[in-house]
Write a protein that binds this ligand. Structure first.
Ligand code: NAD
Ligand code: UDP
Ligand code: UDP
Length: 322
C-alpha cells in the first residue's frame, strides 16, 4: 500500500502557504508547516490545526532543519514590497540561506523540492509578455533587489544542486496572486484597494496608474503547484505560473470601486522606485507540460476576495472558510 507522503511547506502560515497546506491535506498527505510568523500568522491555518495529519513548527529557514520528508515546497519569504523592504538583509538571508538549507535537506532525504520563485526575476521587463528564456532586467542595487536578486540566487542554487548533486527540483515563477487570507496591511495592490474601498477611504493609485499586472486567483495557482510537483522529473522549470489577463492599475481601481459599490475616490501617490511598468506571463510552457491554465476570471476572484475582507473588517478573527 502506498503510504501517505510527508510534505514540508516552508512559509506554510502565509497567504499562499495556507491554501497549499489545505490542499495537500485534502489530497491525503501528512503536512509539516514550518514558519517563523514573520508575515504569516496562526490565523491563516487555524482551521487546519485540529487535523491529525497537520503539524506546525515555528522555525526560521535561515537555520538548518533536520526532518524526514518526501517533498518540500519552499515558500518562506515575505512577498509584498512593503514587507520585504522592511528588513532587506533578512530578505536576502531568507532567500539564500533558506534555499541552501532546504536544498541540503532535500539532498540528504532525497526529497523532491519546489521553489516559489517570482516574476520579479524579470525585473522591469524589456520582453512582453515574459517568457521563461528572458533573462530579465533587474537593478542589482535598488530597493527591490533584496527580493529580486535573492530569488534569482535561489534559482541559481536550485539548478546547481540539481546539476551537482542530482536533487529533484521544480522552480515556479509565480506572477501576482490574490485571494482570501491576504494580509489587510501588507501593502499589495489588491488588498490595499479592497480595504480602502470597503472603508470608503481614498484609493491610492501609484504613478499614473497605467502600469500593468496580471492577477491569478490563489486556488488556480495552487493547482499549478501540485501539477508541477507531480510532473515527470525532466520538468524542472523554471516555469511561469500566473494568469495572462493583463490590467492597468487604474482599471483595477475602477473594478474594485464598482464591485464594492464604494464611495471612494482615486488619489495619486508617487510611483515607488523601480516599479515594473508592465507584467504578463507567457504560460505556453505550463499549458504544454502540465495542461494547466487559470480558470477564475479577475472579477470573480475579486468578488471572493472582497467577501473575505468584508468578513475580516467586521468579524476580525477566527478561521475563514469559503
Ligand atoms: P506571505 O508573506 O503571506 O507568506 C510568506 C510566509 O513565509 C509567511 O508566513 C512568513 O511568516 C514566512 N517566512 C518569511 N520568512 C521566513 C523565514 N526566514 N523562515 C520561516 N518562515 C518565513 O507571502 P505569500 O504571498 O504567501 O508568498 C509565498 C511565496 O510565494 C513567497 O516565497 C513569495 O516570494 C512567492 N511569491 C508570491 C507571489 C504572490 O503574488 N503572492 C508572487 C510571486 C512569488
Ligand atoms: N541542512 C539542513 N538539513 C538537512 C541537511 C542539511 O538544514 O537535513 C543544511 C546544512 O546546515 C547545510 C545546508 O543545508 O548548511 C547545505 O547542505 P549541504 O549538504 O549542501 O552542505 P554541507 O552540509 O556540506 O555544508
Ligand atoms: N500599487 C498602487 N497602489 C497601492 C499599492 C500598489 O497603485 O496602494 C501599484 C504598484 O505601484 C504596482 C502595482 O500596484 O505598480 C502592484 O503592486 P504590488 O505591491 O501589489 O506588487 P508588485 O509591484 O510586486 O507587482
Amino acid at each position: 500500500m502506498q503510504s501517505r507522503k510527508r510534505i514540508l511547506v516552508t512559509g506554510g502560515a502565509g497567504f499562499l502557504g495556507s491554501f497549499l497546506c489545505e490542499r495537500l491535506l485534502k489530497e491525503g498527505n501528512d503536512v509539516l508547516c514550518v514558519d517563523n510568523y514573520y508575515t504569516g500568522s496562526r490565523e491563516t491555518i487555524l482551521h487546519l490545526l485540529d487535523d491529525p495529519h497537520f503539524e506546525v513548527l515555528r522555525h526560521d529557514v535561515t537555520f538548518p532543519l533536520y526532518v524526514e520528508v518526501d517533498e518540500i515546497y519552499n515558500l518562506a519569504c515575505p512577498a509584498s514590497p512593503v514587507h520585504y523592504q522592511f528588513d532587506p538583509v533578512q530578505t536576502v538571508k531568507t532567500n539564500v540561506h533558506g534555499a541552501i538549507n532546504m536544498l541540503g535537506l532535500a539532498k540528504r532525504t532525497k526529497a523532491r523540492i519546489f521553489q516559489a520563485s517570482t516574476s520579479e526575476v524579470y525585473g522591469d521587463p524589456a520582453v512582453h509578455p515574459q517568457t521563461e528564456d528572458y533573462r530579465g532586467s533587474v537593478n542589482t542595487i535598488g530597493p527591490r533587489a533584496c527580493y529580486d536578486e535573492g530569488k534569482r540566487c535561489a534559482e541559481t542554487l536550485f539548478f546547481d544542486y540539481h546539476r551537482q548533486y542530482g536533487v529533484n527540483i521544480r522552480v515556479a515563477r509565480i506572477f501576482n496572486t490574490y485571494g482570501p487570507r491576504m494580509h489587510p496591511n501588507d501593502g499589495r495592490v489588491v488588498s490595499n484597494f479592497i480595504v480602502q474601498a470597503l472603508r470608503n477611504e481614498p484609493i491610492t493609485l501609484f504613478g499614473d496608474g497605467l502600469q500593468t499586472r496580471s492577477f491569478c486567483y490563489v486556488e488556480d495557482l495552487v493547482e499549478g503547484f501540485l501539477r508541477l510537483m507531480a510532473a515527470p522529473d525532466t520538468v524542472t522549470g523554471p516555469m511561469n505560473l500566473g494568469n495572462p489577463g493583463e490590467f492597468q492599475m487604474r482599471e483595477l481601481a475602477e473594478m474594485v470601486i464598482a464591485l464594492t459599490g464604494s464611495a471612494s475616490r482615486i488619489v495619486h501617490k508617487p510611483l515607488p522606485a523601480d516599479d515594473p511598468t508592465r507584467r504578463k506571463p507567457d504560460i505556453s510552457q505550463a499549458k504544454a507540460e502540465l495542461g494547466w491554465q487559470p480558470t477564475v476570471p479577475l472579477a470573480e476572484g475579486l468578488a471572493k476576495t472582497i467577501a473575505y475582507f468584508e468578513w475580516k473588517l467586521s468579524a476580525g478573527s477566527g478561521p475563514w472558510r469559503d
